[in-house]
Design a protein around this ligand. Structure first.
Ligand code: TYD
Ligand code: MG
Length: 444
């Protein structure tokens, strides 16, 4: 292939240009443009490709055939199982469990046909060790290789139903001169993988590590080249993990899968609501229900207030946005007259989950007030509501799903926004409130 022409590609964002620049005009990062050979397309470009437009009516409607991975939470995020010919990117921090989950899925898929697991990071004995920990049997085909040509040849020979590439950052295409992990290498390797998926009709899983700023290394170019982007979240010190779908050409992106890292691999958590509640009845605790995709999850918010020794009192939020906490505290002080400007405020979402749902506002505030006044909500009581700057409680989305989850988990009294117009939910007493002041009266 001709390599006489070169271009400059930004290592951060993939921006391309003809000459070197100190600063990338697209993403603004300095000294990231690297010279790369331009690969000429084989056969060049022709104007007539023999392709014709057709009416939509003449296209045969066909549901994608899916094969279950044997892991219900993974199937749910994928939209019902793996699709032949599709490419799936799984991103996440190192050590979060990408290799473990894919090894388990591969082990289950073996019963439907040959599965090839390619690792560029681990040796065969290491793979064996992991496989036996996860209870994966011996029929899985493993390969420790980083060359794309060898992988493509092996995929052609084996014709697997699923191919797992761990990880894309270690893969190299001999025709490209830059180092493994560079934008060009990642792009070329992904193009080869997309071709394998289409030609062999297999599902390709691509593991992608994440850079410190949170984007999948070899940035966005990877996301638009694949059919599905899944993202692993979770605190490394906590055992539970959330697998979130960011993009899915074969299903909804509103789904999440929840897993727990155990001694023998990743275990599915089909009922997560018990994970994020401590069951404590002390002051400063408040239970609410957040939506994670389509799933309602019950979460307990805890708060602790202490007299400050600083001129600027501390506000520390774990598992929620610190700025949101400060805003809520300002509303509390101004609209409900609860004085907290001389107190350090610490809040925490139990179990290490991240609470970004506005529906948890009222729970955060009632936890804070509970700690300030040493009062608490009665037993089996939970709250829902978004707090506005005026101190009013606004309604939230998917209220009936949230109420249903409360009923299921045995909560009997729910403090709800008055504006939701909730008149009677079977099994619970709904207490409509208009403002924070009214909500605080519910603390005993
Ligand atoms: P791994 O799947 O290697 O993460 P990634 O591929 O995303 O980098 O997971 C590594 C971590 O998981 C490691 O710290 C050990 C832990 N682990 C378990 O707790 N139980 C297990 O059964 C396995 C295989 C790993
Ligand atoms: Mg790994």
């Amino acid at each position: 292939m001709a390599k006489d022409r070169t271009k400059f590609v930004c290592g951060e964002c993939g921006y391309e240009c003809g000459k070197w620049m100190g600063r990338c005009p697209s993403c603004g990062s300095w000294n990231t443009l690297v010279e790369t050979a331009v690969l000429e397309p084989v056969g060049g470009r022709t104007l007539s490709t023999g392709s014709h437009a057709v009416t939509l009516a003449s296209v045969e409607e066909r549901d994608a055939d899916r094969i279950s991975t044997g892991i219900a939470e993974l199937d749910r995020v994928l939209g019902g199982g793996i699709v032949a010919g599709s490419t799936v990117l799984i991103g996440g921090d190192p050590g979060i469990g990408k290799s473990t989950l894919l090894m388990q899925a591969a082990g289950n898929l073996v019963s439907s046909g040959p599965v090839l697991y390619v690792s560029g990071e681990e040796s065969k004995p290491q793979l064996k060790l992991r496989a036996s920990r996860c209870g994966v049997d011996g029929n899985l085909l493993v390969m420790t290789e980083t060359g794309m040509a060898a992988i493509e040849a092996e995929a052609e020979r084996i014709k697997p139903i699923a191919l797992i590439i761990d990880s894309i950052q270690t893969m190299v295409n001999a025709e490209v001169t830059s180092a493994a992990g560079s934008v060009t290498q990642i792009r070329e390797a992904t193009a080869v993988l997309a071709r394998i998926a289409k030609v062999q009709g297999c599902a390709v899983f691509i593991v992608g590590h994440v850079t410190k700023d949170g984007s999948i290394a070899g940035p966005r170019i990877l996301e638009h080249m694949v059919d599905t982007v899944l993202y692993f979240e979770g605190d490394r010190h906590d055992s539970f993990r959330i697998l979130r779908s960011i993009k899915n050409r074969f299903g909804s992106t509103n789904e999440i899968g929840i897993f727990e890292m155990c001694g023998d691999g990743m275990a599915e958590v089909s009922d997560p609501s018990h994970l994020f509640v401590s069951g404590s009845s002390s002051t400063g605790c408040c239970v609410t229900c957040i939506m994670e995709g389509n799933r309602p999850i019950i979460v307990e918010i805890q708060s602790l207030l202490t007299s400050t020794i600083f001129s600027n009192p501390r506000r520390m939020a774990a598992g929620m946005d610190n700025n949101r906490l400060m805003l809520l505290l300002a509303v509390l002080e101004r609209r409900a007259g609860v004085r907290i400007s001389d107190k350090d405020v610490y809040t925490n979402a139990v179990g290490g989950i991240r609470v970004d749902d506005r529906g948890a506002d009222l729970a955060i505030l009632l936890a804070v007030v509970g700690s300030a006044l040493d009062r608490r909500l009665p037993e089996r009581t939970a709250v829902i509501g978004e707090v506005s700057l005026t101190g009013e409680i606004r309604s939230v989305s998917r209220l009936s799903a949230r109420m249903g989850e409360f009923v299921r988990r045995g909560y009997t009294r729910i403090i709800v926004p008055h504006s939701a117009g909730l008149n009677g939910v079977k099994g619970v007493e709904a207490i409509p409130i208009r403002s924070i002041k009214e909500a605080i009266k519910e603390l005993i």
